[in-house]
Ligand binder design. Structure first.
Ligand code: TYD
Length: 215
């Protein structure tokens, strides 16, 4: 059986990537592909417990290094328990955030050393890289307003200047790895953004176009 494809969605808080990831999962399933939709931090019972620690606004005292290691711990569990076995079984895995988030948030955002974050990512991913990453890019001022409508989590509470650094980090990654990371304009309606994502997907995976994925 052919290995499944691993697609990650990235972007600032409120960029709409969770909506797009869920929509894509539904669309691919409707086209007959075996699909797993998951998220980071989270996606396993243990990783979801780590997520609660990471996002709890009461944990303001969490150190930057502890934060980095908790994201990686959550990831290593997800990779070994869910991602690798699913991909080996031929499932298309769609992940809402992955290791590029750690570069954008912990290196570009928090200011941790980029080489250190890279080594931590090597450990957390256990060497598993996405086949394609869709970077949903939008003005952080618009995105943060959306994301914090119902209240801010510990990361969102860092504010707009933090989100701007994250965006810059993502754009730098996309410039460095244009083959894997594809920039997508995340402004506009859900349908417009989905259509841009589909165009990128069909180019990378022609079998999706043949199966009827519409742009
Ligand atoms: P979440 O509510 O999932 O955000 P979103 O809905 O925007 O995806 O919370 C995840 C938060 O954790 C988000 O602010 C990004 C942050 N994060 C990191 O700082 N580093 C990481 O490695 C990951 C995966 C997420």
């Amino acid at each position: 059986m052919a290995r499944g494809a691993f697609i990650s969605f990235e972007g600032c808080d409120g960029s709409g990537k969770s909506t797009q990831a869920a929509q894509l999962a539904r669309t691919l399933e409707a086209l007959g592909f075996p699909v797993l939709l998951t998220r980071e931090p989270g996606g396993t019972a243990i990783s979801e417990k780590i997520r609660q620690i990471l996002l709890d606004p009461e944990n303001a005292a969490l150190s930057e290094t502890a934060e980095l290691l908790l994201y990686e711990a959550s990831r290593a569990q997800l990779v070994n328990e869910v991602l690798r076995p699913s991909l080996e079984a031929g499932t298309w895995v769609i992940c809402d955030r992955y290791a590029d988030s750690t570069y954008a948030y912990q290196a570009a955002g928090r200011g941790l050393d980029a080489g250190l974050v890279q080594r931590a990512n090597d450990l957390g991913t256990c060497g598993l890289e996405p086949d394609l990453t869709l970077l949903l890019d939008i003005d952080p001022a618009v995105a943060l307003g959306r994301a914090t409508k119902g209240g801010a989590d510990r990361m969102e509470a860092e504010g707009l200047a933090f989100q701007r650094k994250i965006r810059a980090g993502y754009l730098e990654l996309a410039r460095k790895m244009p083959e894997r990371i594809r920039w997508v304009d995340a402004a506009g309606t859900e349908e417009a953004v989905a259509s841009r994502c589909h165009a990128v997907l069909v180019r990378r995976f022609p079998e999706l176009g043949k199966a009827g994925l519409h742009v």
